[in-house]
Design a protein around this ligand. Structure first.
Ligand code: C2E
Ligand code: CA
Ligand code: CA
Length: 744
């Protein structure tokens, strides 16, 4: 995996994790809520069930005693008396379910409970075992057809309710239950009139009564004991009737008792209080999680804002741009428009900050951002991506209208600074909309950084230009950029290894054909890239500043050669060296040159300094100063490429120059052969002469031109007609001969 892919993955993960955090919080919250609600229902049903089961066991105990008593005395006269006096509705059937005896209404439901209670009838079994009693019974629970019965507070009648109504009722009476201090806690029964009002728990009361009645065979007492148990507090309770089926073994009889599972409202209070407490805890937990979730959301939002905000312009940053641009481009199938990815650079931003202040520079960036806001549509994207550059993703319809649009944007930007206009470069990389069916991976692998790099390359192609402009990307541009990169990387090593060679191109007198001088021209003998012309690397050195090193290198090598030739007793002529404009603005240039030449020990009059015409547009006073100083040290100074650009005759008048080099353009193309062309050349020569300057005609290739220049009084000719630039050894031969033999 490449570093870029890794970086992209990391970035995506980071952006996703912010969302995932919020989503995970929500999911955890939901899971917890459902867990808690589930637990709530489970607990309430379990507690309710427990309550009912406890009550039911008591009731079954009661029925068991009666059944046992009946079984014991069955067949005797008083046997039915036991059942009749039990105070419950009951049904006695034979094995075939034929009624033998019945008391109360038969409200047995059809559905039998699916579970069997096989509890031992009582803890008192031991006491009752004399072989006649049954030790164990099987109890089958049968639903009652009737619904719940609720007895409201006061002396009201019983109300029969269905489940929902029951619940409603319970809640309605709940408040009252709390207020009523007289409500008693236990479900207790009063053991008839003769019990002197003594209260006993039902089971024990009935059990004792039964024991007494049975042992003493005291029917009256039995009767008394088995009187209907009445609830002491008959207010606000609910009853759930059920039937219990008990088989009387050996007798082939089945007895059904109708039992009431009675739950007092008061008993429910505990459950309700517990559930309310539970609900409160749940509420609290949920509230806590809700707060955590909301805080998480807010934090994620804050993080996202931080991650996507550029503090300098208080707007979108590069990360934001990459995220949304990739999103947009990955959805570009069948898009109606193409796209243009733009690297917009503030030309000379650092210089602006240096001349004004960093604060003012940053204020300008904000203005640029706000201006872009006005010119970029809602669906298009833009962001501040680095110190002096902005990234834009605009819709692109056709080249012409897009050029116009960019022109308008650049115009608006350059007007930000009142008075002095700012400059901006826009490097444009067009991205095509995809046709339907075009590779999915093509969209998925959209690499916005790589695309933006291309826009930057387009922008870099304008480096050096100080005015606003734009450049469209093409493949050649990338090649150029790569070459610039290669050269910049290798330049220092090449200099250290002396890969740069000095070639000499002789200058001859057009009349006598005698050698009058030469120009030193650089060549690069690169082990990797072969023999390179200066056009391939000098412009790069000029823009990256390495040119000053090259100029020094050339001057010192030329001085060294001159010294060597002098020492060898050869007749040396002045050799001109090119000094770039970037170098010429250094205030101590004259001294630097003097020191280099002196170091090699060459006489100053054998070195001439060539300045290009464009250099003359810089600070005129400083130029005059440097030229004068060079001259005072004995160096001749020439103006190179005269006539190639916007020549300023005025500056020519003010500069104390020695030589005027007529640009090769004068002798190339159709203009060269016209009468007008000849007039210009002859006038230029006259002008130079009147200013006491010698003239050199460059790029002269044909005899007619040599003759014409000779007739016009041109002092020297540097051109292929006489000689091409050559290695030092070849030039030495030319020095020895001292004369040209004419054309090549
Ligand atoms: P320049 O200073 O104007 O050099 C003259 C260029 O014209 C040389 O190209 C030379 O080979 C070419 N030339 C001379 N006579 C003829 C001719 O009859 N026909 C044609 N077609 N060309 C002719 P070169 O050597 O390729 O240099 C190109 C440019 O590179 C130079 O233009 C100069 O601006 C720059 N340069 C070369 N060497 C150096 C250097 O050492 N330092 C600096 N700063 N610039 C250099
Ligand atoms: Ca030159
Ligand atoms: Ca030239």
């Amino acid at each position: 995996m490449t570093d870029l892919t890794k970086r992209k993955k990391k970035r995506k993960k980071l952006l996703k994790s912010k969302k995932a955090g919020a989503i995970a919080g929500l999911i955890v919250c939901l899971i917890l809520i459902s867990l808690i609600v589930g637990m709530f229902f489970l607990m309430s049903s379990m507690t309710g069930q427990l309550q009912i089961d406890t009550r039911l066991t008591g009731e079954i105990d009661k029925a068991a005693y009666i059944a046992r008593t009946y079984a014991t005395v069955s067949g005797k006269k008083e046997s039915y008396y036991v059942l009749d006096q039990c105070g419950m509705s009951y049904i006695l059937t034979d094995e075939n379910d034929q009624y033998i005896r019945q008391q109360g209404e038969d409200t047995r439901g059809k559905r039998h409970s699916t579970y069997l209670l096989t509890t031992s009838a009582s803890n008192d079994d031991d006491k009752l075992t004399d072989g006649e009693l049954l030790n164990r019974y099987t109890y089958e629970i049968i639903d009652d057809k009737k619904s719940y019965i609720v007895r409201p507070a006061g002396d009201g009648d019983d109300i029969e309710l269905d489940d929902m109504e029951l619940i409603k009722h319970m809640f309605q009476n709940f408040d009252k239950l709390y207020e009523d201090e007289e409500i008693q806690t236990d479900v207790s029964v009063t053991a008839g009139e003769g019990s002197s009002g003594e209260e006993k728990g039902f089971s024990s009361g009935f059990a004792n009564g039964f024991k007494d009645g049975f042992e003493g065979k005291n029917n009256e007492e039995l009767d008394r004991i088995s009187k209907v148990a009445t609830l002491k507090n008959d207010r606000s309770f609910m009853q759930m009737p059920i039937w219990v089926k008990i088989e009387i073994p050996d007798k082939g009889q089945i007895v059904y008792f109708r039992l009431m599972v009675t739950t007092r409202m008061k008993d429910l209070i505990g459950i309700f209080v517990m559930l309310i407490l539970f609900a409160a805890i749940i509420g609290l937990i949920m509230l806590t999680f809700f707060i955590i979730f909301i805080r998480g959301l807010l934090r994620a939002r804050k993080m996202r804002n931080l991650l996507f905000t550029d503090i300098k312009v208080d707007g979108h940053n590069w990360l934001w741009f990459v995220y949304y641009a990739e999103n947009k481009l990955s959805r570009r199938v069948n898009a109606k428009k193409d796209f243009a990815l733009i690297d917009l650079e503030f030309v000379g931003y650092r210089r602006f900050c240096a001349c004004n202040s960093v604060d003012e520079g940053e204020a300008k960036l904000v203005e640029v951002y706000n201006t872009l806001k006005r010119y970029v549509n809602k669906k298009e994207l833009f962001a501040h991506c680095s110190e002096d550059s902005f990234a834009l993703l605009l819709d692109f319809t056709d080249v012409e209208s897009f050029r116009q649009r960019i022109g308008v944007i650049l115009g608006a930007l350059s007007e930000i600074e009142k008075g002095s206009s700012l400059a901006f470069h826009a490097g444009i990389y067009p991205i095509k909309a995809l046709e339907k069916g075009e590779s999915f991976s093509m969209r998925k692998n959209e690499d916005i950084e790589k695309d933006f790099n291309n826009a930057c390359a387009a922008c870099a192609s304008m480096a050096g230009s100080e005015s606003s402009g734009y450049a469209l990307y093409d493949d050649k541009l990338i090649e150029d950029q790569r070459w610039i990169e290669t050269v910049s990387q290798k330049q220092q090593k090449a200099l250290d290894n002396e890969e740069f060679l000095v070639y000499y191109q002789p200058k001859y007198d057009p009349r006598s054909h005698e050698l009058r001088g030469a120009e030193a021209l650089i060549r690069w003998q690169s082990p990797e890239h072969g023999f390179l012309s200066p056009y391939k690397f000098i412009p790069i050195f000029e823009s990256n500043g390495f040119i000053t090193e090259i100029d020094h290198y050339m001057i010192s090598h030329v001085a060294r050669d001159q010294k060597r030739w002098l020492d060898a007793g050869m007749k040396c002529v002045p050799v001109s060296v090119n000094v770039s404009r970037a170098h010429f603005i250094e205030s101590d240039l004259a001294e630097q040159i003097r020191d280099i030449v002196d170091k090699e020990g060459a006489p100053h009059h054998l070195i001439e300094i060539e300045l290009t015409e464009s250099a003359f547009f810089d600070d005129k006073n400083a130029m005059v100063e440097t030229i004068s100083r060079l001259k005072s040290y004995g160096f001749a100074v020439s103006m190179d490429d005269f006539g190639s650009g916007y020549s300023s005759l005025n500056s020519l008048k003010d500069m104390p120059l020695d030589v005027l080099k007529l640009d090769a353009e004068f002798f190339r193309g159709e203009a060269a052969d016209t009468e007008r062309g000849e007039v210009v050349v002859s006038e230029a020569i006259k002008l130079a002469k009147s200013l006491n300057m010698r003239t050199v005609a460059e790029g002269v290739e044909i005899k007619e031109q040599v003759d014409f220049l000779a007739a016009q009084g041109c002092d020297m000719i540097q051109g292929y007609y006489f000689a091409k630039p050559m290695p030092a050894q070849d030039y030495e031969q030319r020095m020895i001969t001292g004369r040209s033999d004419g054309g090549q």
